[in-house]
Design a protein around this ligand. Structure first.
Ligand SMILES: *[C@@H]1O[C@H](CO)[C@@H](O)[C@H](O)[C@H]1NC(C)=O
Ligand SMILES: *[C@@H]1O[C@H](CO)[C@@H](O)[C@H](O)[C@H]1NC(C)=O
Ligand SMILES: *[C@@H]1O[C@H](CO)[C@@H](O)[C@H](O)[C@H]1NC(C)=O
Ligand SMILES: *[C@@H]1O[C@H](CO)[C@@H](O)[C@H](O)[C@H]1NC(C)=O
Ligand SMILES: *[C@@H]1O[C@H](CO)[C@@H](O)[C@H](O)[C@H]1NC(C)=O
Length: 364
């Protein structure tokens, strides 16, 4: 997507906001449509800072029945709760406050799907908790579909389904005679995804996995089988397969496409000026900016470049930089397994902010 295309997209989004702004859709109730349009032109929601806010978190995690034992930090004894009390404040505008009822009304009869690795699971769990908190007594149906590749939660009174499709690489891993082959040029599951109304993709975590945890034996690229290759090149190639699919198969009139940006981990204190620190244990406060010392991971630039090549509108949920500051928001050892996890995020917690940003992008 070139710059011109990007500007056109912003105009279209803004106008559709104006159309809603007079009705029930105006959730934050601050100012008129024109003011919002001006804000959107000037505002990058992803540029800002973390501010302390006693009205957070957005829900009580103990009352959310969906949280897996990997992410339920309070349940597994996390003693400090300050990490729940931060709100993301963009520099030039306000983030609309999340309104679960309004979300459900707006997406009535629609399906939304998160597609990717465990960070998709992480943000999906957070969104269903946020929606559940808005309508705790409504009928909610959980289902496993498509041979367990899809987990679905349907808010029946609104006919809204929020689904999760587990896929580590987006592209295919095939069982072949020689073994498991990661095919960088094929994305067969696209046929299941393309009729969904909102698609939120993510992949990154598994691209550098090696040894017994690597879930493939060979790579296939342009029909050729190789044992291994530069992993960043492999990532870029797979992402490009996804990008071409968006241009060829997604009906932009029906489906909104989001890419969930690279999620940072915190295993190296040198990244935040604490050399020698090996994980996120005992981190109870965010890094105080303005600039995160280590800078952005290289994969972020690959993601931005590939997305900019897509002709159809795709929104990058650009959460990397704002999440880098949140060394305090991981489970660390407060999960059912007591293992050190500085990759995922506590629910409630940071992924709620990702969903507030997703909500802002979807209603804009
Ligand atoms: C907005 O609503 C007000 C009051 O209901 C109405 O007078 C006005 O014409 C509406 N504006 C638009 C743009 O629909
Ligand atoms: C959170 O929910 C739990 C379980 O429903 C309840 O026992 C607890 O009092 C709630 N906490 C707050 C602060 O509302
Ligand atoms: C719910 O929405 C789906 C589309 O997502 C539609 O096919 C179905 O008819 C709707 N069901 C009801 C009861 O409205
Ligand atoms: C369903 O999944 C299982 C285990 O992953 C697999 O063995 C089986 O072939 C799958 N069935 C179909 C119909 O795809
Ligand atoms: C999308 O909508 C536009 C404007 O309404 C229309 O011109 C176009 O043909 C539609 N595209 C598809 C694939 O339906």
């Amino acid at each position: 997507m070139g710059l011109f295309q990007a500007i056109v997209t912003i105009v279209v989004f803004s106008c559709s906001y104006l159309a809603h702004a007079n009705g029930s859709g105006n959730d934050n109730g601050n100012g008129n449509g024109l003011e919002l349009i001006k804000q959107e032109f000037e505002c990058n929601m992803y540029q800002g800072k973390w501010v302390f806010d006693f009205s957070y978190p957005l829900y009580n995690s103990s009352a959310c029945p969906f949280i897996r034992k990997e992410f339920d930090c309070i349940k597994y004894g996390r003693p400090d709760h300050l990490y729940l009390k931060y709100r993301w404040q963009p520099t030039n505008c306000e983030l609309p406050r999340f309104n679960g009822k309004s979300f459900l009304k707006r997406f009535k009869g629609k399906k939304m799907m998160f597609i990717g690795d465990s960070l998709s699971l992480n943000i999906w769990q957070s969104l269903i908790c946020m929606l559940h908190a808005a309508v705790p007594n409504s009928n909610i149906i959980r289902q496993q579909l498509n041979n367990n590749t899809i987990s679905s939660v349907t808010f029946q009174d609104y006919n809204v389904s929020v689904m999760l499709f587990h896929s580590l690489y987006l592209v295919d891993v095939d069982e072949e005679k020689i073994g498991r082959v990661l095919n960088l040029n094929s994305m067969r599951n696209g046929n299941l995804w393309k009729n969904i109304d909102v698609l939120v993709f993510n992949t990154w975590l598994w691209w550098y996995r090696r040894g017994p945890k690597q879930p493939w034996d060979y790579l296939k690229v342009e029909g050729e089988i190789v044992k291994d290759m530069d992993r960043m090149v492999a990532f870029r190639t797979a992402l490009t397969t996804w990008a071409r699919w968006v241009d060829s198969d997604v009906d932009a009139n029906k489906t909104k496409v989001i890419f969930q940006g690279i999620s940072p981990s915190h295993y190296n204190g040198a990244d935040w000026n604490e050399p020698g620190v090996k994980n996120c244990m005992k981190q109870t406060e965010p890094f105080i900016g303005p600039v995160y010392p280590v800078g952005l991971p290289e994969a972020v630039f690959v993601v931005k470049e590939v997305i900019s090549s897509i002709k159809k509108p795709v929104h990058l949920l650009d959460v990397t930089a704002l999440s880098q500051f949140r060394k305090d928001a991981h489970p660390s050892s407060y999960n059912a397994f007591r293992g050190m996890d500085c990759t995922h995020w506590c629910v409630a917690g940071l992924t709620d902010t990702w969903n507030e940003l997703l909500y802002a992008a979807l209603i804009a």
